[in-house]
Write a protein that binds this ligand. Structure first.
Ligand SMILES: *Cc1c(COP(=O)(O)O)cnc(C)c1O
Length: 477
């Protein structure tokens, strides 16, 4: 035992008390919520205590400010910063100036204000969600929505659930549990996070039968794999990558033929699709869900919040018998839409039926934004920023440039939109400037290329431009 060491030298003695720290901070910052102040103080002290604990490497503990006198401010500042972080709402608004319309990390498709208002109205009041006001009896929660989906797509039946992963899972579990599902090795994709086709299939209780090779799958591969236990032929859209070179896949039309001849249902997971035809604007044909339905598969499914431009949802279109079986699967309840999403989706489908999508859905407006309009908006931002720089931050250079940008969100791999960007060059590195924009009062997300920060107004709404000016001004300081 080290007798020379008296108790007073225990470095943990310099830690302030959580109670005292939070009391002081409450006095200083009445704007911060009490719970966040207490938790902020607790975290700061706990973290300091952990740093002071004798380390396994035997390295001396880091020294800390004392809780008294001059150093007290330091403790208060740290606790305040922690409390501010804690009190911040999540998610909070950020400005997407990347030009990537379906940005997975930024919440994919922004909802139309009308859809959001419908969701809010459903949320704050009672509604006839499952009530028939004419008969006074229990009503159908999804009937109206599904009817609209049928009208838009021409499918025999439709179903909407929590998201596309849920739609795929429900379909597999309903149509093929305990049996075999045939998929090409070129389509065993990972969409991101935990959605991997083989994994989803295992969890849905189906047996995966892989066919073909990574780059080539032929009709005969499907035909040879079909056996008495085959429940489904599954086609999965390669949403986030392309196969190029010596490749071969079996198109949906041909797969439908095979399924018909052999009496096996065919399903396509489209991932991302629209309910209005954008082919005239250069979009690939498989992005238009009704055209896929017309090719005759038994089921197709896709996301509500990718190219469709609605709220998060999964949409399945297909034959009456299969959709009815999916509806009566007990899992359907676990994967169902909540009333807010339902209201937002219903609003979106109504707009699509009225043919107003290009005007009413932000995603469609952004995708189809004429290059002249984009250029004029970008020029006007450039002028504002130039005036700002002239006033206080010389040495920053702005330039309008043409560029190309992917649609994002695991949609249309290889397809890019022509776009206009405002490039910012500064003595600070592009990485540093981009970081400063991200951490501005209202965070602005940009792209960087060749030591320039690129701002793309395609994904920025007019009422967000002020926030960009503000963020640039903050980051040039
Ligand atoms: C995006 C995607 C999914 C998952 O859809 P969510 O709506 O995110 O659940 C499934 N399959 C494919 C092919 C996709 O692109």
């Amino acid at each position: 035992m080290d007798l020379t060491r008296d108790v007073n030298s225990d470095p943990r003695r310099v830690l302030p008390s959580v109670d005292r720290l939070s009391r002081q901070l409450r006095g200083q910052r009445p704007d911060l919520p009490r719970w966040a102040v207490t938790e902020g103080a607790r975290r700061v002290v706990a973290e300091a205590r952990a740093r002071l604990a004798p380390s396994v490497t035997g390295a001396p503990p880091t020294s800390l400010p004392s809780p008294e006198g001059q150093d007290a401010t330091d403790w208060l500042q740290r606790a305040a910063a922690e409390a501010e972080q804690l009190a911040m709402p999540h998610p909070r608004r950020v400005i997407n100036a990347t030009g990537v319309v379906l940005h997975t990390n930024l919440g994919r498709a922004p909802m139309a204000p009308g859809a959001a208002a419908a969701a809010a109205a459903a949320a704050v009041g009672y509604s006839n969600l499952e009530f028939d006001v004419a008969t006074g009896r229990r009503g159908n929660r999804l009937g109206s929505l599904e009817h609209k989906l049928q009208l838009l797509s021409g499918s025999e039946a439709a179903l909407a659930c929590n998201n596309n992963a849920a739609a795929v899972f429900l379909a597999l579990n309903t149509l093929a549990a305990g049996r075999e599902v045939i998929v090409s090795r070129g389509e065993l994709v990972e969409i991101g996070g935990s959605f991997r086709v083989p994994e989803i299939m295992r969890r849905a209780g189906v047996k995966l039968v892989e066919i073909g090779s990574t780059n080539r799958t032929h009709a005969r591969d499907y035909e040879q794999a079909i056996g008495p236990d085959t429940a489904l032929l599954l086609k999965v859209h390669r949403s986030n990558f392309e196969l190029k070179g010596f490749v071969k896949e079996v198109e949906l039309q041909e797969l439908v033929e095979i399924g018909r001849t052999r009496g096996v249902p065919v399903m396509e997971d489209l991932g991302s699709a629209t309910l209005i035809d954008l082919q005239d604007h250069g979009f690939p044909p498989e992005s238009f869900a009704p055209a896929r339905v017309r090719l005759g598969p038994d089921l197709v499914c896709f996301s509500g919040d990718k190219l469709m431009g609605g709220p998060q949802a999964g949409i399945a279109l297909g034959r009456q018998e299969l959709v009815a079986a999916m509806r009566s699967n007990p899992l359907a309840r676990a994967l169902r839409l909540d009333k807010m999403t339902l209201a937002a989706l219903d609003w979106t489908l109504s707009r699509l039926l009225e043919g107003d999508a290009a005007r009413d859905l932000p995603i469609i407006r952004q995708l189809l934004m004429p290059i002249d309009e984009l250029e004029a908006r970008t020029r006007s931002l450039a002028e504002r920023l130039e005036a700002l720089a002239a006033a206080g931050s010389p040495g920053v250079k702005f330039r309008l440039e043409r560029d190309r940008v992917p649609v994002g969100g695991g949609s249309l791999p290889g397809f890019e939109l022509e776009t206009v960007v405002l490039s910012l060059r500064h003595s600070r590195s592009a990485g540093e400037l981009a970081m400063r924009l991200r951490t501005a009062t209202v965070p602005v997300l940009s792209r960087t290329r060749d030591e320039a920060v690129l701002l793309d107004l395609r994904t920025v709404q007019d009422d967000e431009v002020d926030s960009i000016v503000q963020a640039v001004s903050e980051s040039l300081r």
